[in-house]
Design a protein around this ligand. Structure first.
Ligand code: BEZ
Ligand code: FE
Length: 283
């Protein structure tokens, strides 16, 4: 291979993987090599620009730890995470959206109709709906894993004032597939921008805001687990999510609710806001 040239190097790299036994791996690495080399050729990548890219990766590695993954954030702000979600949203199922870095295992269990707003500031809100199959039939004993940021835009991991169990729960629906809980409306927040991703956003004249959202992982025996988010249609950042997670089908419009019985059952003042959202799981 001593006479490798700029017109033979792509094939040479592809052939160097000929011994791969996993056909999917082989396909991925071949296509990745082609696209990477095509990119460098197309933009005539300079050594300084190449080095700036390497430095970005180096700094992403340095700032990453158990609690912070700058590589995932890079993928998020470049729209790759969302593209992968969209490519794998199943027909008939609710669209997938970002997991984000703040999901924690073993959230406390909450009964259907329970409350997580407790002493959180913010606008109280009833959130309810059904977990259904792709044909609209209720799924009994579906599981919900939920988390959200507080009114200050921070998750419990980012805020020593919040208890580790704040604003998150797991719930099992009844036979009717119904879920319900009371919480507070979350606020928009910034993705971390004190690292290389922040530099990237600034270089692009971009901001780091995400519109307020609820996170859900919905699962049930025999169905594909669904990781998704629910957004508020009237949010000021709804059309400018820094990580491209918003989908039309995931928007809700909080309703001014005057149902006395419902208010009483959930200890809410009248009128209160409610949000209704059904999840569809696919097989
Ligand atoms: C989040 O929603 O928590 C999030 C998602 C992607 C990047 C950063 C945060
Ligand atoms: Fe989030």
């Amino acid at each position: 291979m001593r006479n490798v040239t700029d017109s033979t190097i792509t094939q040479a790299v592809v052939r160097s993987f000929d011994g791969a036994t996993d056909p999917r791996f082989k396909h991925l690495i071949e296509r990745l090599t082609h696209h990477l080399h095509a990119f460098a050729r197309e933009v005539k990548l300079t050594p300084d620009e190449w080095m700036a890219g390497i430095d970005f990766l180096y700094r992403a590695g340095k700032i990453s730890d158990e609690a912070r993954n700058e590589f995932i954030l890079t993928s998020d702000v470049l729209g790759l995470s969302s593209l992968v979600d969209m490519l794998h949203s199943a027909a008939g199922g609710t669209e997938r959206s970002a997991l984000g870095p703040f999901h924690a295992e073993n959230s406390p269990m909450l009964a259907v109709g329970g409350d997580i707003k407790r002493d959180n500031d913010g606008e109280p809100m009833l959130v309810h709906g059904l977990v259904l199959d792709a044909k609209g039939k209720p799924i009994p004993a579906a599981r919900l894993d939920f988390w959200q940021a507080a009114i200050n835009g921070k998750y419990w991991q980012q805020d020593s004032e919040q208890s580790p169990d704040n604003l998150r729960f797991r719930m099992v629906t009844g036979k009717d597939g119904a879920y319900a809980f009371t919480t507070v409306r979350p606020a928009p927040y910034n993705v971390p921008y004190d690292g290389p991703v922040g530099d990237l956003l600034r270089a692009g004249g971009r901001h780091a805001w995400r519109p307020a959202h609820f996170h859900f992982i919905v699962s049930a025996e025999g169905y594909r687990p669904l990781t998704t988010e629910v957004f508020f249609e009237d949010d000021q950042y709804i059309d400018q999510d820094a990580v491209f997670g918003v989908r039309e089908s995931l928007l809700v419009n909080p309703r001014r609710n005057t149902d006395k019985a419902l208010a009483q059952r959930h200890g809410l003042p009248l009128p209160f806001h409610s949000v209704e959202f059904d999840f569809h799981l696919s097989r």
